[in-house]
Design a binder for this molecule. Sequence first.
Ligand code: RFL
Ligand code: PHB
Length: 390
Amino acid sequence: MKTQVCIIGGGPSGLLLSQLLHLKGIDNVVLERHSREYVLARIRAGVLEHGFAKLMREAQCGERMDREGEIHEGFFIANEGRLNRVDLHKYSGGSSVVVYGQTELTRDLYDARAQMKGQVIHNAEDVALHDLTSAKPGVTYRAGDEVVRIECDYVIGADGFHGVSRKSIPKTVLKEYEKVYPFGWLGVLSRTKPVSPELIYARHERGFALCSLRSQVLSRYYIQVPLSDTVEGWSDDAFWAELKRRLPAEVGARMVTGPSIEKSIAPLRSFVAEPMRYGNLFLAGDAAHIVPPTGARGLNSAASDIYYLYHAMVAHYQRGDESGLEGYSAKALARVWKAQRFSWWMTMMLHTFPDSIEYDRKLQDTDLAYLFSSEAAMSSLAENYVGLPF
Ligand code: RFL
Ligand code: PHB
């Protein structure tokens, strides 16, 4: 099989790039290890930047997002039993974020790919990358007993943190930066009315909690848990009781509880791999970088990679202009590191660290006190949360 661009990974990064390239007449194939149902069962991001939303519209996939997504102009930070509002609209010069689930966004991308007869190959096993530094790299995968080889100009590694692409770059070339946090987030999705129309990030000595939502009838809640905890060890009742304990009393009192329809634990990690290009392989999204979810940056950082790659590919194929591809890694990493800084800061400020000393907790108090007393600090938070320009 021959194509121009072979994309590994049918998550949001891979599908969005596939759709954008197809619309510009650039032939591509997506290889996804799992089934469509499996990918759509993963509950992940909920908050999108407008830059991401714009890219979805450009990909002709924005219709349902614009109809069903919610515009949020602020969120709350709860501390010491009180709610403090972050006015994103005011402090970001009139911007906001879109609350629309990654599951729905991925479904929209799959539907668009199917409608345009885009090639998305599911259940592609044993994907392997070959000849990445040659002018004609190849990708092989197994479908049942058959091994298929795809010849292409470029390979895009959009196969997430555990994918094969990043691992195909020699260790002598790749530098990895990593920080692992000593806790995870236990998330519950429930068909209940959200406790607050806007998100609540709660700092509490028992651990961080987050009240988020997918719509006005679908809630998404998280609590910080030790890494040794298991999903089986947390009954729904225990989850709701712990969540309420970590929220201001008036918020806990109005919480509507119900059965969980999804429950999972995600460890928190900061990670960056440099460079994001090796020969004719380009990494994008979680394949190259991970953030703890506290700043809602993960998927949004993937979006800027896709934006840069898309424009670089179009410049190459339409005008023979190589500058975008040559500058991709440096340009993407500059924005990636800013998202890393912001996510790290939000995480450090709002979580309870098992080994923290009193001095650390005083600094957390001071960070929050400064935030809510300084217009400059508030503007910095708002600017980062709504998303830095691409
Ligand atoms: P994905 O979504 O992991 O998709 C990669 C795809 O590649 C496939 N794959 C392979 N395919 C072929 N061959 C192989 N060898 C393969 N190995 C893997 C996988 O099956 C998969 O389908 O990466 P992508 O597309 O880069 O997207 C990244 C986002 O998923 C991620 O950054 C966000 O979910 C992070 N995130 C959030 N981001 C935000 O911007 N806003 C949020 O509010 C937000 N909340 C979150 C989050 C992530 C969370 N978890 C669970 C980590 C909340 C949580 C709890
Ligand atoms: C979510 O709704 O899943 C969500 C929202 C905001 C975050 C992280 C996750 O910071």
